[in-house]
Design a protein around this ligand. Structure first.
Ligand SMILES: O=C(CO)[C@H](O)[C@H](O)COP(=O)(O)O
Length: 271
């Protein structure tokens, strides 16, 4: 008796996105070349009474960028801060900034130029400005105006929003932010069904040869089930709020998150 042997399926653009269902015998790692891992804290768990100092602490811990969560009490049931707060923080760190606008359309329309300006780097470098697809009737216009004002345009989608809603703006953005919790509050649990959404968006990006990062935001911790699964599916920018601030030594947190993300990408931790 000679057992039948099967050639291990290989990932290819005509095959699938490298998912473990279609290609069970291959390493279930990111489809296409992995992009650099970036650890980006959300400021939500910070002490807003000394936000500048907390931003400096995040820089000292080795973070790549800082996310400012702007909430208007309308698009989400919580209220945080406006552009002046971000402008003040610029004096305390040279880290790049990103601003996630969890605000209704009226606020986006009125204040996008201000948010784009305060999100810039210390020497006017483009900062990442994220608008929600659900809050922009004219998404194409909002993203183009961020670019025109010297920002780095990015689009976010809520957990219930199908990925097809951003498919036709992928050529306009530098990042797609997949919300892995319902926006509004930190400290919520990662929604596991978001992993397939990441995989689908990643396949569009690679197949169209686009230069776009995928960010994930919500419930990201130093665990295989959260940051590891997202990295394996194709995310490379990881927003961590409570998952990073939980560490007494946040530099250790950055190290652990990075190592698990690289492992998810199928790379050694020191790559
Ligand atoms: O956008 C957000 C909430 O709307 C936060 O960035 C997000 O929830 C991060 O917090 P945590 O890591 O604690 O889940």
């Amino acid at each position: 008796f000679k057992p039948t042997t099967f050639a291990a399926p290989r990932h290819s653009r005509s095959c699938c996105s490298g998912c473990p269902i279609c290609c069970p015998t291959t390493l279930a790692a990111v489809y296409g070349e992995p992009r650099p891992v970036q650890i980006i804290p959300s400021v939500l768990p910070a002490d807003f009474g000394k936000l500048g100092a907390d931003c400096k602490a995040l820089e000292d811990a080795g973070c790549d960028r800082i996310q400012f969560d702007v909430m208007d009490g309308n698009f989400v049931p919580n209220l945080t801060f406006g552009p002046d707060t971000i402008r003040w923080c610029r004096q305390y760190t040279t880290l790049p900034f990103e601003t996630q606008l969890m605000v209704s359309e009226k606020c986006t329309d009125a204040m996008l130029p201000q948010f784009t300006e305060v999100t810039k780097g210390p020497n006017g470098e483009p900062g990442v400005v994220i608008v929600h697809v659900e809050a922009c009737t004219h998404l194409h216009r909002a993203l183009s105006s961020i670019r025109a004002a010297g920002g780095s345009p990015s689009v976010a989608l809520n957990p219930h929003t199908p990925p097809e809603m951003i498919e036709n703006v992928l050529d306009l953005v530098d990042h797609v932010l997949v919300m892995t919790v319902n926006p509004g509050f930190g400290g919520q649990a990662y929604i596991p069904t978001m992993t397939d959404k990441i995989r689908k968006i990643r396949k569009w990006i690679v197949d169209r040869n686009l230069d776009v990062d995928i960010e994930v935001d919500g419930g990201i911790k130093a665990t295989k089930e959260t940051i590891g699964a997202c990295a394996e599916a194709g995310a490379n920018c990881f927003i961590a709020g409570s998952g990073l601030f939980a560490y007494d030594d946040m530099a250790q947190g950055v190290k652990e998150l990075t190592a698990l993300a690289k492992e998810g990408q199928g790379l050694p931790a020191n790559a």
